[in-house]
Ligand binder design. Structure first.
Ligand code: AMP
Length: 595
């Protein structure tokens, strides 16, 4: 039986899960980790890096390190706020889509291609884990993603050589992971606080049907904000104690950010944490270190505003779903940042409910996607999963009025036809404007695309009969067909938005991605070597700062570059390690025997 992966393609991190022996399991990546940063980078030499290895070198290669690409996939630049566009890599705003410029390669990528590299790595690592090739996946997207964003996510899968068997909503996946689909009519609030985004969804779940009643959130709120306030706290403290400002030192900031995240995570289980960063900067009087203690109470005080910012979207989602908190049956936590005790306390205080958190919040979405994958592959048999259209769909008619063809909350897949006619005598063509939304006027709803049906035989107005059919497939992707009954002339469009990639584009991107993957494999060894080298150099540098008079080490450091070839590496590594051992020896307190 072909396995179908469940993939949570996140803004910050991604997770893969699969059904093994009727239970969902999370698959570790090649680095042994259960989550993989959704980060892609290209080095100066043109090497492709994906995941942890790409994240780690972000600070020294910010313009060629692509993260948070999910913000841009299938997105119209006009619909994204200026702050949401702030990333250190060059972003090209085209009329209906974003492109990403990679300076190291002098090449322009679509967000689909970058996401495809993440998907390719996830699927590749999963194939290795399972010992069999996998070519199918269920991929999750936020509930508020529109058709274009969903289609773009599917295209990313295609470019990665994956057939995306189904796109499902993240809160739906989270509910599935908890088996909530088996209950009858429960109202579930899904609180999803990840690394950089915050989503709240209210769903009505039961008997296999998931209906998204409302969504709210903040695309610029997440765990990174907590890291930032700890970094600020440490910077202020250091400046106060030492009179040195470190805000412009990117290496120092990177180290501070890593340590801040670690401290934050520790404070989820401990009452206080020690923060030590040796050699944060050098001064004429010697190296300086950061040594601080942060208590949970202090951390909560510092982050009070961020925590409070999570309140409004929950209240908004409840009010949009026309529910009061006493009508909620379940609260589900998703995303690593929901491990913060103050966040859990906030959710409890707003909803009056102890949140459901027995499934790991980083993994719950991927696990739900794997359950859906199991349903599709036949490995899971006791679930019938039906999704619904979140918004009504229709066409613009005379006077700019929206005529609904499919009303919201219709179970998908679905197909429905309506008859329309011309509004003027001898009208040879009709323009079909496809609309999504609940408002009466076309201009208040979202236009998903337009097309023209031509060749209508001349006739008085209202005489021609034009059959318009809306067809929504299991992924929620819509095809609209218009047919003139008199001539049989037909015109159709699949609504993927105007930024949709053509089949040719996708084919080209697949072959380019494969080419890079092959190159990547070839060069992986050399990348690992230079990483290891950098690591060693870093360690020796620290020793050198402790003993700046050591001439031998000075020469060794000057001579070393991290981009040496593999042949030279072994020789120099031995020299470095020897030097390191020597220092380790000198730094070891004298034993009694040697005294
Ligand atoms: P996600 O996007 O769901 O992978 O969430 C990632 C975010 O969760 C990052 O900001 C992490 O620092 C944060 N995170 C992970 N584990 C914890 C924890 N135990 N306590 C606080 N934050 C955490």
């Amino acid at each position: 039986m072909q396995k179908i992966l469940g993939i949570d393609l996140g803004t910050t991190n991604s997770v893969v899960s699969v059904i093994e022996g009727s239970q969902p399991v999370v698959i570790r990546n090649i680095d042994g980790l259960r989550t993989t940063p959704s980060v892609v980078a290209y080095t100066k030499k043109g090497d492709l890096l994906v995941g942890q290895i790409a994240k780690r070198q972000a600070v020294i290669n910010p313009e060629n390190t692509f993260y948070s690409v999910k913000r841009f996939i299938g997105t119209n630049p006009k619909e994204l706020s200026a702050t949401a566009k702030e990333v250190p890599y060059p972003l090209i705003e085209e009329e209906n889509s974003f492109k990403i410029k990679c300076l190291n390669l002098d090449k322009v990528f679509t967000p689909e291609e970058i996401s495809a590299q993440v998907l390719r790595k996830l699927a590749g690592d999963a194939s290795r884990f399972l010992g069999q090739p996998v070519s199918q996946a269920v991929v999750t997207v936020p509930a508020y993603f529109n058709d274009t964003q969903r289609q773009a996510t599917k295209d990313a899968g295609k470019i990665a050589g994956l057939e995306v068997s189904r796109i499902i909503n993240e809160p739906t996946a989270a509910s599935l992971a908890y088996g909530l689909d088996k209950k009858t009519n429960e109202r579930v609030l899904v609180f999803d606080l990840g690394g950089g985004t915050f989503d709240v969804s209210v769903l009505e779940v039961g008997d296999g049907i998931f209906e998204v009643l409302s969504t709210a959130g903040d695309t610029r709120l997440g765990g990174d904000d907590f890291d930032r306030i700890i970094v600020d706290y440490l910077l202020d403290d250091f400046e106060k104690k030492e009179g040195i400002a470190l805000r412009k030192d990117s290496q120092a900031l990177q180290r501070l950010t890593e340590v801040a995240e670690k401290a934050k995570i520790e404070l989820s289980t401990l009452d206080e944490t020690k923060i030590n960063i040796p050699f944060i900067t050098g001064t004429p009087t010697g190296p300086k270190h950061i040594a601080s203690v942060l208590t949970r109470v202090e951390f909560e005080k510092l982050s009070a505003q961020i925590i409070d910012n999570c309140r409004k979207p929950v209240e908004q989602a409840l009010s949009d779903a026309r529910l009061t908190k006493d009508k909620l049956d379940q609260v589900v936590l998703v995303g690593g940042s929901t491990r913060i005790p103050a966040i859990q306390a906030l959710v409890k205080s707003i909803t009056d409910k102890a949140p459901n958190q027995t499934v790991n919040p980083d993994e719950v979405v991927a696990v739900g996607a794997a359950v859906q994958g199991g349903v599709l592959s036949g490995e899971v048999t006791d679930i019938l999963l039906l999704d619904v259209t979140p918004l009504s769909l229709g066409v613009e008619t005379l006077g700019g009025i929206m005529a609904k063809v499919i009303t919201r909350n219709t179970t998908v897949p679905t197909k429905k036809s309506e008859y329309f006619s011309t509004s003027q005598d001898n009208q040879p063509s009709v323009q079909i404007n496809i609309l999504q939304g609940e408002r009466e006027l076309a201009s208040d709803n979202k236009s998903l695309g337009e097309f023209k049906l031509e060749g209508i035989p001349l006739a008085p107005r209202s005489v021609p009969k034009i059959e318009v059919t809306f067809d929504i497939d299991v992924n929620g992707i819509l095809t609209v067909r218009a047919k003139d009954n008199a001539t049989g002339a037909e015109q159709s469009v699949t609504v993927e938005g105007s930024s949709k990639l053509s089949e040719d584009d996708i084919e080209r991107m697949i072959s380019e991605a494969e080419q890079f993957a092959a190159q990547d494999k070839e060069r992986r060894e050399s990348i690992e070597v230079s990483n290891e080298m950098e690591n060693l150099i870093g360690k020796v540098k620290v020793k050198f700062e402790e003993d700046p008079t050591n001439e031998g080490l000075k020469i060794l450091l000057k001579d070393l570059k991290s981009d040496i070839n593999i042949e030279d590496f072994e020789k120099r590594k031995a020299a470095l390690e020897q030097a390191q051992q020597k220092f380790a020896f000198f730094n070891t307190p004298p034993t009694e025997e040697s005294n």
